[in-house]
Every structure is written in structure tokens, then in C-alpha cells.
Design a protein around this ligand. Structure first.
Ligand SMILES: NC(=O)C1=CN([C@@H]2O[C@H](COP(=O)(O)OP(=O)(O)OC[C@H]3O[C@@H](n4cnc5c(N)ncnc54)[C@H](O)[C@@H]3O)[C@@H](O)[C@H]2O)[C@@H](O)CC1
Ligand SMILES: [K+]
Length: 463
């Protein structure tokens, strides 16, 4: 499930330094980076006229290398700079370009725009006039590329420090950076391409990619494939959605303990009506239960609180979602059993953990460490984080997922995959991927129920 390491600016600099220490020449690295980017730009634009914007640092240096290579291939290239080059490699690349250099504020637009103003070294937002000019030039181009990161985004957090135009493509140099996957910065590029610049990079934080799933063993039976219990409450629909998602996730068996007995839904989900919260503990006292999911449709009243307490006291692996997270956030101190999966959205996360510092990745990792649970910190850029420091960031989620009930489906998938794998981090990664894939297959304007029907196909694609 490792779709490529994600490095902060400091980690990237350390990886580059390790390469320099091993004898790699720093200008040679800039030539490699520029050549890799130029190849991607060439494939998209061929001989269409291009304007390359070059900043004062090494990102600008990459820009001069790109300009020279494209010019040598016959592309009509113009270069516009934002002041002088301040790094030795940048100065060398600028000299090797050797052509005219326009003032960025006066340069006319071109069919292709390449933004090599600032990369991982950006320390503050661009001046308003510069940011506005960048937006005009990018908006006027038919094809636009951001080199490493779009200028104006904070590489480590994905925050926008000044106005950032939308680019057709962002070329990540050597490794992904948090800004490539975290919002709002991630939303400023239509396409993300990773360019290999030949240096070794590694991180415990990576981009989420498609999982490899397996079919049940030949001698499997329903209990060896995982038994999920879903504790419902006030709102029947939510726990039913979660239960059916769990049943379609590969788990062997799903039981739902709720106040209602639904008249719809698959007969394969065993529904037991338990009106009094006291009955939950007894229903969960079955050692064959692998995972308990509680939260979707639970309710936040005393009844919901009692059901949550019974679920948490039962001693099974836990998935906590929705109302369970709100109740926990209100109670504050109640210990979350180790090995649980928590699926908070932004508001629930804040209530549980307060204002943690750093990027969404940093916050998810801190919450995982603090609670001992795997975090599925949801959103357009879901971050899955484990207490041991591993994290995965999902990108490209369908915006149609922002509809009622999709969180219940995700929670059910987490529970089902946890029952199958017994590994909370792996289960959470698989669940988030399956959820995104189901949404992609469901197309536009789906309702959460539609995800259920496409889950088997999403799983089939990964067997
Ligand atoms: N370190 C290396 O050897 C390599 C770096 N590469 C490129 O270099 C980039 C990082 O280079 P740098 O560290 O030089 O950083 P940048 O090129 O992002 O720019 C840093 C420079 O801009 C100034 N600056 C920062 N924010 C500013 C603002 N808002 N307005 C005006 N000036 C501002 C800084 O004082 C510094 O001089 C990467 O993103 C990548 O594109 C690649 O060439 C691969 C090799
Ligand atoms: K850039």
C-alpha cells in the first residue's frame, strides 16, 4: 500500500545532502531534476511556445535547466525571472541558459506556462503583485506546469501562503511533499506526476495506493473470515449502512444490535433488537466476535452513552465513529483501548484532540501516538496514521463522497477489513482505498447506499 514516500522540505534536504555526501555533484542533481521535468513538459506541449518563470532559488535553477533543454529541442522559449539567482547552482543554470531574461511582471503570456518561482524553500507568501501576475500568466496558458510545488503553497502543510493559480500538472521532484496530497494545495493541480531525480528517499509516511487483497482460504468458514458486531442506536439507517458495508468488505459474518429491526437490508446481516443498553454487554459476550463497530446512528443521549460504554467494555477490537467520537470528545478522558480504529472528520478530531500543531499528517500522527489508536482523519485528503509513526495519505477522493451516509459505509469497511486482517493500520488503509474506489465506480450524484453495490467489484479489482 506504499504509493511513494512523502517528505517534508527538511527531509528532502537531508536526502539531497546524503546524495551530496555520497559524491553526487549538486549542479548535476539540478540538471537531472530539470531534465526530468523538461521531459514531462515536452510530452505535454511539444513545440508550443513556452514561458518559464524562474525564481531566485534552486527551484528557479530547475527552471533555467528546463528552458535550455526545451529550447534545444526547438521549442520557442522565453524566460522571465523574479530577480537574480541566489544559489550557485541556480547561477550556473542561468548562465547555461544564456538567453534573454524578461521581467516577470511585464512578460506576456504564452501557450505553455512553467512555474519555477519557488519550491520547498518558500518561507512566506508571494508579494500580492507577484502572486496576481502568476495567476494571470497561468490562467492565460493552455498548458501549465508547476515545478516541484505550485509557488505560494507551503510544502510541508499544504496551506496556501498567497493566491495560487490552478495548474494543469504539478511535477513532484524526487518525492511527494505533503502539499501534493493535502488540501487546499493539492486541489491546485489537476494532475500530479512524480519525477525521479535519482536520489534515495524513504519515509514512514506515504501516499496511499491500491491494496493487494486475497480470496478466503479454501477451508475458510464464516467465523475464520471475521465476525463483526455493529452496535446501533437512535438512527437505524446509519448502522444498517455500516453493517452492509462490513458484510461486503470480505468479513465472514455481521451482527447488528440496534433498537429497531429493519424491514429492508440483506438477510445475511443478523439483526437483533436490543432495546435496553444493558442487553448490549450480553450480546457482545461472544468470544467469536472479532470487531465491534460503534458510532453510526448511536445517538448522543444517555442511552447512546450506555451503549458505547458496553461496546468499549466488551474487550473486542474496536472501530469508533461518528456519535461515539463525539461522546468520547465530551467525556474527554475515557481511555481508548489500544489497537482501535478511530474515524474522525475535522470537527470530531478537534473535539477529541484539540488544536494540535503542524500539518494534517503531523496532527494525525500525534493523535495516533497519544491515543494508541489508528486514526482515519477523514476529508478530501484522508490521513491514516498509526501509533508507531506510519501514515498514509489518500488523494483524489471523489467530491461526490461529501454526502450523507458515506462515513457510515467507511466505518463499516474499517470494521470488516479489521475483522479480516486483524491489523488496524492495514485495515484502515484498505478501507479508505475501497471506499474511494467504490465512489469512483458509483460515478456522480450517488447516494451512500449506491456504494454498497459496487464494493464487490472494487474488491474484485484488487484480488
Ligand atoms: N537542493 C538541491 O540541490 C535541489 C533542489 N531542487 C529544487 O530546489 C527547490 C528548493 O530550492 P531552494 O531551497 O533554493 O528554495 P526555493 O527555490 O523554493 O526558493 C528559496 C529562495 O526564495 C526566497 N524566498 C522564499 N520565499 C520567498 C518569497 N515569498 N518571496 C521572495 N523570496 C522568497 C528564499 O529566501 C530563498 O532565497 C526544490 O523545490 C526543487 O525545485 C532540485 O533542483 C533538486 C536539487
Ligand atoms: K514552483
Amino acid at each position: 500500500m506504499n504509493g511513494g514516500p512523502i517528505l517534508t522540505a527538511a527531509e528532502m534536504r537531508a536526502a539531497e545532502q546524503a546524495a551530496f555526501d555520497a559524491g553526487v555533484d549538486d549542479y548535476a542533481l539540478m540538471e537531472t531534476a530539470g531534465a526530468a521535468a523538461a521531459e514531462i513538459i515536452w510530452r505535454a506541449g511539444h513545440k508550443r511556445d513556452a514561458l518559464i518563470l524562474c525564481g531566485p532559488g534552486n527551484n528557479g535553477g530547475d527552471g533555467y535547466v528546463i528552458a535550455r533543454i526545451l529550447r534545444d529541442r526547438g521549442v520557442p522559449v522565453r524566460v522571465a525571472a523574479l530577480g537574480a539567482s541566489r544559489t550557485l547552482s541556480g547561477q550556473r543554470a542561468r548562465a547555461a541558459w544564456g538567453g534573454p531574461i524578461e521581467d516577470m511582471m511585464r512578460a506576456a503570456p504564452a501557450t505553455q506556462l512553467v512555474d519555477a518561482l519557488f519550491g520547498t524553500g518558500l518561507t512566506r507568501g508571494l508579494d500580492d503583485a507577484v502572486a496576481a501576475r502568476l495567476c494571470v500568466l497561468a490562467g492565460a496558458a493552455a498548458i501549465s506546469h508547476a515545478v516541484d510545488v505550485p509557488s505560494g503553497v507551503d510544502s510541508d502543510s499544504g496551506a496556501m501562503l498567497s493566491a495560487v493559480p490552478r495548474f494543469g500538472t504539478c511535477i513532484a521532484l524526487g518525492a511527494y511533499k505533503p502539499a501534493h496530497l493535502l488540501q487546499p494545495a493539492a486541489g491546485r493541480s489537476g494532475r500530479l506526476v512524480l519525477a525521479d531525480i535519482g536520489i534515495a528517499v524513504s519515509s514512514a509516511v506515504h501516499r496511499l495506493c491500491a491494496p493487494i487483497l486475497s480470496t478466503p482460504a479454501a477451508d475458510a468458514h464464516k467465523y475464520t473470515r471475521g465476525l463483526v458486531a455493529v452496535v446501533g442506536g437512535a438512527m437505524p439507517g446509519a448502522s444498517l449502512l455500516a453493517s452492509i458495508a462490513a458484510a461486503h468488505s470480505g468479513a465472514g459474518s455481521v451482527r447488528r444490535f440496534a433498537i429497531d429491526r429493519p424491514i429492508v437490508g440483506p438477510h445475511a446481516v443478523v439483526n437483533r433488537r436490543i432495546e435496553a443498553p444493558e442487553g448490549i454487554g450480553e450480546a457482545l459476550a461472544d468470544e467469536r466476535i472479532d470487531v465491534v463497530l460503534v458510532g453510526p446512528g448511536l445517538g448522543r443521549d444517555a442511552d447512546g452513552r450506555a451503549r458505547l460504554a458496553a461496546a468499549m467494555d466488551a474487550g473486542h477490537a474496536l472501530v469508533l465513529d461518528a456519535d461515539a467520537l463525539t461522546l468520547l470528545g465530551e467525556e474527554g478522558a475515557r481511555a481508548i483501548p489500544a489497537g482501535a480504529i478511530l474515524t474522525p472528520h475535522e470537527g470530531e478530531f478537534q473535539r477529541l484532540f484539540g488544536d494540535l500543531p503542524g500539518s494534517k499528517i503531523d496532527r494525525a500522527l500525534a493523535a495516533a501516538r497519544r491515543s494508541g489508536a489508528v486514526m482515519v482523519y477523514k476529508g478530501a485528503d484522508s490521513v491514516i496514521a498509526a501509533p508507531d509513526g506510519r501514515a498514509a495519505v489518500a488523494s483524489g477522493a471523489s467530491p461526490w463522497l461529501s454526502t450523507a451516509g458515506t462515513g457510515d459505509v467507511l466505518a463499516g469497511l474499517c470494521a470488516g477489513r479489521l475483522a479480516v486482517t486483524g491489523d488496524p493500520f492495514r485495515a484502515a488503509c484498505e478501507a479508505v482505498w475501497l471506499h474511494g474506489e467504490a465512489a469512483r465506480r458509483a460515478g456522480p450524484a450517488f447516494v451512500a447506499d449506491d456504494l454498497l453495490g459496487v464494493l464487490p467489484a472494487a474488491i474484485a479489482a484488487r484480488l
